[in-house]
Design a protein around this ligand. Structure first.
Ligand code: ATR
Length: 296
């Protein structure tokens, strides 16, 4: 049996709330399976205490932290360094101890990309439809730019917000990479067999009967529907996509892979596919047992 000792390294999750998190299960399982002398714990951080929490982690020589809602952007102010992708995304979910403090990374989007690759979905060279224009949708657009997608169509209830995100991403791209539309204007998107990433919170527990688009005509054009929501496991967006003949995935595997990438950054140990698959099974089981609450 593993027993922490004088050499044990500590990692953890800061956010508010953190009570429903599955990350300790995932991280401690990887640590035990790979023989790392590391423990991972949840640390609720009250509003206004973020800087003190990061300073405290540094003082206690924590190896790393995950950061969740509502601090993924605010934490950037307290970093010694930031990874370029995280900087462009504007959100950090992983802190790694470095010279003089912590270096911030975003492993959520690389996690989504790794999950997509495992699902046999290649974004490179492909045009992708993104539903939403909030922080998560913006992060997805930046990731797709980074990974060589041909372009993105950003569909949002508020067209102005979609336009603002598209302009920002196009500035990063140095070319017209993103186009913005109101949700109701989806007919203007060319082609068939769309890859659609649902990046709004619509349909999340307890509002499981909601979807941003109800039109069957939209779903008939969807080949693959990714919902970044993981609770419920099958969202209304996914049900509508499947009813029209499309294939769907939820956000649970992205959640596992963001944790795997964080663990790899902290320990320098690669997690193989067998372990990743086992963790995905454990995550699906844990989420299935959870009644309502959710957490990263
Ligand atoms: P996050 O950081 O999780 O992306 P956010 O920045 O608040 O959260 O963005 C929420 C996204 O969900 C937005 O795209 C929002 O659309 P608006 O820009 O029009 O507000 C979208 N959203 C939230 N509730 C919605 C609803 N009931 N119908 C359609 N879109 C909705």
């Amino acid at each position: 049996m593993y027993t922490p000792d004088g050499h044990t390294r500590t990692c953890g999750l800061i956010g508010s709330p953190v009570a429903h998190t599955q990350s300790p299960m995932i991280q401690n399982h990887m640590a035990r399976a790979t023989g790392q002398n590391l423990v991972y714990l949840p640390f609720p951080v009250a509003c206004g205490d973020l800087e003190a929490a990061v300073r405290g982690a540094l003082a206690l020589d924590f190896l790393g932290l995950n950061v969740t809602v509502p601090y993924k952007s605010d934490v950037i102010a307290y970093l010694a360094q930031i990874d370029p992708l995280a900087e462009r995304i504007g959100a950090v979910n992983t802190l790694v101890r470095c010279e003089g403090g912590y270096k911030g990374y975003n492993t959520d989007m690389p996690g989504l990309y790794r999950a997509m690759r495992q699902d046999g979905v290649e974004a490179a060279g492909r045009e992708v439809v993104i539903l939403g224009a909030g922080g998560v949708a913006r992060a997805v657009a930046v990731m797709l730019l980074d990974r060589g997608a041909a372009g993105v169509y950003i569909l949002n209830r508020t067209a102005d917000k979609a336009q603002a995100v598209a302009q920002e991403v196009n500035r990063m791209a140095g070319r017209p990479f993103a186009k913005a539309y109101a949700l109701t204007d989806y007919e203007r998107i060319p082609g068939e067999n769309w890859l659609v990433i649902q990046a709004t919170s619509v349909g999340m527990h307890p509002h499981v009967e909601d979807a941003v688009i109800e039109d069957e005509a939209f779903y008939r054009r969807v080949e693959i529907g990714y919902d970044l929501i993981f609770n419920p496991g099958t969202t209304r967006f996914m049900k509508l996509t499947e009813a029209a003949g499309g294939r769907t995935y939820n956000g649970a595997r992205m959640l596992v892979y963001q944790g795997i990438i964080a663990f790899e950054l902290w320990t320098g140990t690669s997690i193989g596919q067998d372990m990743a698959d086992e963790l995905c099974g454990r995550m699906a089981q844990a989420l299935g047992q959870q009644d309502g609450g959710y957490g990263r």
